[in-house]
Design a protein around this ligand. Sequence first.
Ligand code: HPA
Ligand code: ZN
Length: 331
Amino acid sequence: MPDFVPPPSAELHLHIEGTIEPEHIIEMSRRNGVPIPSMDVDELRARYAFSDLQSFLDLHYSNLTVLRTERDFFELATGYLDRAARANVRRAEIFFDPQTHIGNGTPLSVVMSGLTRALGDSERTHGISSALIMCFLRDLGAQAADEMLTAILPYREHIIGVGLDSTEIGYGPELFVDVYARAAAEGLRLVAHAGEEGGPETVAATIELLHVERIDHGIRAMEDPRVVELLRSRRIPVTVCPLSNVALRAVPSLAEHPLPRMLAEGLMVTVSSDDPPYFGGYVDANYRALVDELGMTAGDLEQLAMNSFDAAFITDAQRVHWQDEVRAHFA
Ligand code: HPA
Ligand code: ZN
């Protein structure tokens, strides 16, 4: 399929820090005087082999120590928007992890200034509508999440929602009930990672306890028909990241990925890239792999792309406009 053109889509599960390319890591290391294990792109890339989520997170957070300045955050987000535009992304709802940067000594104001400068005019500069979702790092716990929510409130207008990422096992949704309730009271949209490594019961608990509007990953929901029914009956979208799941061994191979079964079960499945340079590609590579390795049809891709706009936090007018584009793409 040499002339594969990815459908117009919304990318709803994308960690901006996870879009850092090895070339950026080296450049920012040099610019900021932050040492890294190697200044060689191939050597850095050779470390991108993972056994599970934690093995990725350890490398991911260690690479992020190079991000220091407003320019770094601006360039990071601009790099993603440039690349996403080439993947036909029309809308990006972008995760960021401020606790990581504050922990590295970078003030929140620097992070917010760089990201919002890049995203501010993205529709005009990149043809992509964009928004920020602030993630709490689950392994830092409830108190830290509560403090982070307080710290972000002066920037309330720059974020549309909150999410929950990092180590899943051992840091269940029950820890974050209060901070999610506070975020909801602020009018923030609610999403959370669940069911990437945690079992189906964690997906159900995340829905019931945190009242999230989308589940990020969610693939292990398929192990319990009651959780599948919960997702289906409440029309809760799941933001699935196929190449990520293979790279982090959440599934043994793409051929065994549950995504086709999720669609067949009538779930509102969407496709995203998570942390693309680490996992083998941006969202276009994910769509393409579904065709090449899972035999998905044009009709399946159309459904996934339509779902991405149904699941996005956008206006009805935007939804109608972009879904018309999806239909035209497949007509
Ligand atoms: N899961 C949890 N935390 C993350 C991920 C992920 O897939 N990517 C970046 N942080
Ligand atoms: Zn993720």
